[in-house]
Design a protein around this ligand. Sequence first.
Ligand SMILES: [Fe+2]
Ligand SMILES: [Fe+2]
Length: 233
Amino acid sequence: MSAPAGTGPGAGTGPMEQPALDPEAFYDQLVAELHARRATVSAAEQAFGADRPMMGAELLEWLCFQAWYEREAAAFIGAWLRDVPEQDAFYGLTKQVADEGTHFHLFARHLEALGGSLDTWVPEPEWVEWVQVFYPAGRDTLERVAAHNIAGELGAVNAFEGLLTRLPADTVAVLEKVIPDERFHVALGRMVVTRYATTAEAQARVRARVEEAFRVAQLGRLAFERRLQALGA
Ligand SMILES: [Fe+2]
Ligand SMILES: [Fe+2]
């Protein structure tokens, strides 16, 4: 099985001179850092809709965002598949595409049952930058999965778990179908990083993508808060 592009001898400069961390210790350290950073940001950056109960127009807005996000995830991960040489990652990502498509269907159907629609819905500029520009832009499996399956999926699991006590029961029932799949996507990210981020250069690239993913995700959550205020929700 070939190493991801950019991880072979001679790839990059600078970090190559540092010894690589044990990949499992490296992954655990990244997750601990994300956890610590999330604990220091504002409520609106920690969770969609901060810590308020979510209902009415605010719930419809979140369901629109979430359905759109799931559809975009299915699309950009699907677009990677032509260029995933790692057999184990390819297999996991094919399952993930199907999962994200199912999540889109679940959220969109629930949105429609509550009287909402994506038909005239337009994403905020921060969401376009985060989901349609940043996530798809990774150069190889490692960079793509580092951004989406570490920072993005851990953020999604964290957001969903925080929402469980703030949502109506029928929306919680949808989330309970989705959360186990998102945990699988987190585990897939861990598998890819622990198998392929084996050099200091690869670990530096992973770290950079994770940090940027965290930053753009926080901007996305703040944009949600701004959108709600504009709607008077
Ligand atoms: Fe999903
Ligand atoms: Fe996912």
